[in-house]
Ligand binder design. Structure first.
Ligand code: LHQ
Length: 275
């Protein structure tokens, strides 16, 4: 019986999704892409799931593409997927994954438990809030094998850490230790190795009890800001605020504030009764 390469653990109002090919440092093969895509779609479709935590099994978070499956023949013409066409792999697997993470209407926490290399590094950066174990490192490994950073790397890196650092890490493939990544603003924070899963789980649990629709709209606004002018962004904030203001969680948040008690958010969309 084959061991599943993705484990999706239901933790009440949130799900923990674990990349699980530890003997290959959780590198992606086509099967693992399919399983992750299914796990994320299920999390998106389940209204009772209000946050997702993505992490890796074993000593790595993810080593990117499993290169055994994309090994060109001596002439460089064919690999296991047929005629060499890495654009097809990117189109079929990595781009949909990054789009799915960014558009998931609930927060995605990433716990980078060890090395995150190639597409593995950029998939972590595509998540909403990234925590990393102190021993983890981020490697834009592409340059070592003649490739271009993909999975949004050339989009996220300059925005997160600035052009100068983005160019250096992309062109040298020099590992960026977790502490450096946090100091540069590439990730949110570093946690002691033994505390990582506990802290990431507590954060997912916390987020799952927050106003889910408001967080989804916040995610939308932040995504749009990359391409918008200030005027466009102000208009978008107005529209999204209008939507947020019609959710039961806004009414509950204000009521709880007035009554000086903790809010009881349900995450329900506008127009649906909280009871
Ligand atoms: C691996 C891998 C791996 C297979 C470690 N594959 N076995 C998109 C379009 C289409 C195709 C191309 O790809 C992409 C996106 C990409 O992600 S391209 C970038 C692919 N990834 C890499 O180039 C990273 C390759 N790995 C490494 O540089 C190192 O393994 C890292 C820095 C991740 C970890 O280094 P170490 O901690 O020193 O571990 P190690 O190198 O000893 O690896 C342990 C084992 O895992 C080893 O196998 P072995 O049988 O010798 O124990 C590696 O061969 C295997 N492994 N990454 N991507």
């Amino acid at each position: 019986m084959s061991v599943p390469s993705i484990r999706s653990e239901h933790r009440g109002p949130w799900r923990k999704i674990v990349l699980s090919r530890p003997d290959r440092l959780n590198a992606f093969n086509d099967e693992m892409h399919g399983a992750l895509s299914q796990a994320l779609e299920e999390a998106a479709a389940d209204a009772g799931c209000r946050a997702v935590l993505l992490t890796g099994e074993g000593r790595a978070f993810c080593a990117g593409q499993d290169l055994n499956d994309r090994q060109p023949d001596a002439a460089g013409l064919r690999d296991a997927a047929g005629p060499v066409d890495l654009g097809r792999t990117v189109d079929q697997f990595y781009n949909p994954l990054v789009r799915r993470l960014r558009s998931l209407p609930k927060p995605v926490v990433c716990a980078v438990n060890g090395v995150a290399a190639g597409a593995g590094a950029n998939i972590a950066l595509a998540c909403d809030i990234v925590l990393a174990a102190r021993s983890a490192r981020f490697v834009q490994a592409f340059a070592k094998i003649g490739l271009v950073p993909d999975s949004g790397g050339t989009f996220f890196l300059p925005r997160l850490i600035g052009e100068a650092r983005a160019r250096a890490v992309a062109m040298t493939a020099e590992p960026v230790p977790a502490e450096q990544a946090a100091a540069w603003g590439m990730i949110w924070k570093v946690v002691d190795d033994g505390a990582l899963q506990g802290e990431a789980e507590a954060l997912a649990q916390h987020l799952a009890a927050q106003p889910t629709q408001g967080l989804a709209l916040t995610k939308h606004a932040l995504a749009a800001s990359a391409a918008n002018t200030l005027d466009e962004q102000l208009d978008l904030e107005r529209d999204l605020q209008r939507e947020a203001g019609r959710t039961p969680d806004y009414a509950e948040g204000v009521r709880a504030f007035m009554e000086k008690r903790p809010p009881n958010f349900t995450g329900q969309p506008q127009g649906e009764s909280a009871q």
